[in-house]
Ligand binder design. Structure first.
Ligand SMILES: N[C@@H](CCC(=O)N[C@@H](CS)C(=O)NCC(=O)O)C(=O)O
Length: 207
């Protein structure tokens, strides 16, 4: 049994989606960020970064294994289940490329907009315009990639798509209307229509 400590945010949904796709036995343990449950001493012991998600694989060889960082969690689950990791070397490299791009470039690029939407930093007009322009450039890059192939790594759905897609639930914060990004829209609709996506995306508007 894998315990997944998470909440329905962009990062939190990635672990929920990957667990559902993996078919591995799991239970979701909500960590209510609004109540500061990610800052308790018990949670901090599992995840010193005090963010969600975190998983504990109670059946790992050698004893329970705790993993934090959504990308590491997704790759662990893909390897353990043997699902959604391309076997072809070129597609595997593309898969890693888009996963690292997501963590190192996309997320840092949109974080200022998340902080403005949550009132954690002021919505100063020049800063907001710059952040919106950066988000648009990042979405434009995704749109171009998805004009070349059905999914991020290539023809097949992979863990790179699991990594990226939940962040689109925040696209209103990013100033993005999918009507202007037809490839991205087709891709997002294909992912959210999968049976495994139901739990991860259930309480969010997908239009
Ligand atoms: N790099 C981390 C980021 C996780 C993250 O930022 N999670 C957010 C929710 S989307 C969080 O827990 N925020 C709580 C806070 O900032 O206090 C990962 O990918 O797992």
């Amino acid at each position: 049994m894998i315990d997944c400590h998470t909440w329905k945010t962009g990062n939190g949904r990635k672990a929920i989606l990957m667990l559902a796709e993996s078919g591995l036995a799991h239970r979701i343990i909500p960590v209510d960020l609004s109540k500061g449950q990610h800052k308790t001493p018990e949670y901090t012991k599992m995840n010193p970064n005090q963010v969600i998600p975190t998983i504990i694989d109670n059946d790992a060889p050698g004893g329970p294994l705790t993993i934090f960082e959504s990308g590491a969690i997704l790759l662990y689950l893909a390897e353990k289940s043997g699902k959604l990791l391309p076997t072809n070397a070129a597609e595997r490299a593309a898969c890693y490329q888009w996963m690292f791009w997501h963590s190192a470039t996309f997320v840092p690029g949109v974080i200022p907009l998340h902080m403005m939407a949550q009132g954690r930093i002021p919505k100063e007009p020049t800063a907001e315009q710059a952040a919106l322009a950066r988000a648009k450039a990042l979405y434009t890059m995704l749109e171009a990639r998805l004009g070349q192939s059905a999914f991020l790594a290539g023809a097949q759905y992979s863990v790179a798509d699991v990594m990226m897609s939940p962040m689109l639930t925040r696209r209103t914060w990013h100033g993005i209307d999918l009507a202007n990004f037809p490839n991205l829209k087709r891709w997002f609709e294909a992912i959210t229509a999968r049976p495994a996506a139901k739990e991860a995306f259930s309480d969010t508007p997908l239009a």
